[in-house]
Design a protein around this ligand. Structure first.
Ligand SMILES: Cc1cc2nc3c(=O)[nH]c(=O)nc-3n(C[C@H](O)[C@H](O)[C@H](O)COP(=O)(O)OP(=O)(O)OC[C@H]3O[C@@H](n4cnc5c(N)ncnc54)[C@H](O)[C@@H]3O)c2cc1C
Length: 374
């Protein structure tokens, strides 16, 4: 496949670059979430108003009716322009779009995509992370309502959110991933308590969500009873794609910064650090080639299945290698620059956990791609 821009794609890219040049703030993004969040929301809303959100969704639900190549160009250009963090919306929007009723799509999707209503993902529980199917949150039907009780944890942006896309067991008779359903839960419902988890760096990025006999209308069920696993897989698969997340240009920037630091160091950089930087650069090239293949598949209508686990593993490897090498390299640096890299390093540790840990990704590939026994 020829991955160079077609004339229309080149025009799209040029228009986007002009918009980004006018809209990306000059100052670096604040490191702390509390300072960053209002800017993240502001940028997200401007992106939406500019017509740069949900490119592949139909216009009726707040999208732009474009294709996968435009979406990849957007991701690439956002990274290249060093744009502020973009809210991870598409993985939550996707199941609403594929499984939602017409009424649900009309009611929720435009506000979710415009970031005028904020959503979070309520899957993990204290005893159910990798083994998500062992979740204990229950939902019982009473007439036209469902009554939910349980406890969710590690809910990203939970304290900032208006709605939670939440998994609960609706059929206790069914085992494992059968008998789980997905619900749209307004977080201001009576019986919901959202409690922030304060990270070591002071950020309140996660929350615990307690559900104490929370009543939601039957209309808030997403899909049919028992469709919860399908919703979960759709969310998780869209959370893993390297092409969608703008990670490539972000890692390119990291590498450029680190290579510049090698040249600027007063004392010569030791061989082990240089080798580690070289290995990180090589891993980044592997990720780039993998992304191009994914893009080529998508453009021919082939969607990723278990292969999205390869994306997740490669992204994790690059992020951890680059940020780890930065700790050895930037010892002369002080102040905000080192603090920013230290934050990147710490966040890199989370990469092998969120969206399914690296061990789980390898299990998925072993079983579903290579057909190895459990
Ligand atoms: C930054 C971040 C954001 C997150 N955001 C959200 C969110 O918004 N919503 C949400 O619902 N969750 C979220 N999570 C939670 C995340 O999905 C879980 O942390 C993850 O699925 C792992 O579950 P766990 O923490 O319970 O670890 P566990 O499942 O207890 O795993 C502990 C260790 O055992 C290993 N392990 C477990 N089972 C196996 C196995 N079968 N084979 C081999 N090794 C195994 C794991 O790899 C891991 O190393 C987030 C996590 C992070 C770090």
């Amino acid at each position: 496949m020829d991955l160079r821009d077609s004339p229309e794609e080149a025009r799209f890219r040029a228009r986007l670059r002009t918009w980004l040049a006018e809209n990306v703030p000059d100052e670096p993004e604040p490191t702390r979430l509390a300072d960053r969040w209002p800017l993240t929301l502001d940028f997200q809303r401007r992106l939406y108003q500019g017509g740069w959100v949900a490119l592949t969704y139909p216009v009726e639900v707040g999208g732009q009716g474009l294709g996968v190549m435009e979406e990849a160009i957007l991701s690439e250009e956002l990274g290249r322009a060093n744009a502020p963090t973009v809210l991870p919306l598409s993985h939550l929007a996707r199941p609403l779009y594929t499984l939602g009723t017409e009424e649900q799509k009309r009611r929720y999707l435009p506000a979710l995509l415009a970031a005028t209503e904020i959503w979070c993902q309520g899957f993990s529980e204290p005893m159910a992370g990798s083994d998500l199917a062992s979740l204990r949150t229950r939902a019982v039907r009473e007439g036209d309502e469902w009554v939910l009780s349980g406890h969710k944890i590690w809910t990203s942006y939970g304290v900032f959110s208006d709605y939670c896309l939440l998994l609960a067991r609706t059929d206790p008779g069914e085992k494992a991933h059968r008998g789980i359903s997905a619900f749209i839960v307004p977080l201001d419902s009576p019986g919901v308590t959202v409690r922030a988890i304060v990270l070591a760096n002071g950020d309140e990025e996660f929350a615990e969500v307690y559900l104490d006999d929370v009543r939601v209308p039957h209309d808030n069920l997403l899909g049919r009873p028992g469709d919860g696993w399908q919703v979960a897989m759709e969310v998780i698969n869209h959370e893993r794609g390297a092409v969608d997340t703008g990670y490539l240009p972000k890692f390119d920037r990291y590498l450029t910064e680190l290579a510049a630091a090698v040249k600027e160091q007063q004392t010569p950089v030791d061989r082990a650090t240089l080798r580690a930087l070289g290995e990180a650069a090589a891993s980044l090239e592997v990720l780039r080639m993998h992304c191009l293949r994914t893009l080529s598949d998508r453009a021919s209508g082939v969607l990723s299945g278990p292969e999205s686990s390869v994306d997740k593993l490669l992204m994790t490897a690059v992020e951890q290698k680059l940020t780890q090498v930065s700790m050895a390299l930037l010892t002369d640096t002080t102040g905000a620059h080192r603090a920013r890299w230290f934050d990147r390093y710490l966040y890199g540790r989370a990469a092998s956990i969120y969206g399914g840990s690296s061990q789980i990704q390898r299990n998925i590939l072993a079983q579903r791609r290579l057909g190895l026994p459990r």
